[in-house]
Design a protein. Structure first.
Length: 177
């Protein structure tokens, strides 16, 4: 029979491996009332986004009053000019959940009149898969290039592999217990 220490080590390894494949839900700005016109430039959501590492498969969560505001996913050009007339996607439900399904930049602006011009906008840069093994490296400050079309197909096998290793660790631990 394996010692309790061995069992604990195997369990810890399994949990670490499992955490690598886990998608995260990120509340925009880290609080429920963050989707608003910033008080000053240091209050900008881009300050928060620059300190946060986003991976493919993560989810962004916005909470806001859907009667007076909305979230628009837009192109870089529409982000820079605060053009609300042709969004890629529009969300008005007050509790918006968006999956980050590829690496590179995602651009979001407020759909309320004048809010984007006053700074209520956000750029999220999603790391490419090759950066996943360097959790302590700084978040990129410039938008990442668009990924190759087949790179997204590598994500699921990678996650499934980590999940398999995590579950296998648990089974080995219980086999010795």
């Amino acid at each position: 029979m394996a010692s309790l220490g061995t069992l604990v080590r195997l369990l810890a390894i399994g949990l670490v491996l499992f955490s690598f494949c886990e998608a995260k839900e990120r509340l925009i700005g880290g609080s429920e009332d963050a989707w608003k016109i910033p008080v000053n430039s240091s209050d900008s959501l881009n300050q928060w986004a620059g300190k946060t590492r986003f991976k493919v498969g993560d989810f962004l969560i916005w909470k806001y009053d859907g009667k007076v505001d909305s979230v628009l996913q837009v192109t870089k050009e529409d982000y820079e000019s605060c053009n609300t007339s042709k969004p890629i996607k529009e969300y008005k439900d007050g509790h918006t959940k968006v999956e980050l399904d590829k690496s590179g930049p995602f651009y979001f602006i407020s759909g309320a009149d004048g809010h984007c011009q006053k700074g209520q906008k956000l750029v999220i840069v999603v790391m490419s898969e090759k950066h996943w093994d360097h959790p302590d490296s700084p978040t990129p400050t410039a938008p990442a290039p668009a990924p190759a079309k087949n790179s997204a197909s590598l994500i699921k096998p990678l996650r499934d592999g980590f999940l398999f290793l995590g579950l296998a660790s648990f089974e080995v631990a219980f086999a010795f217990f």
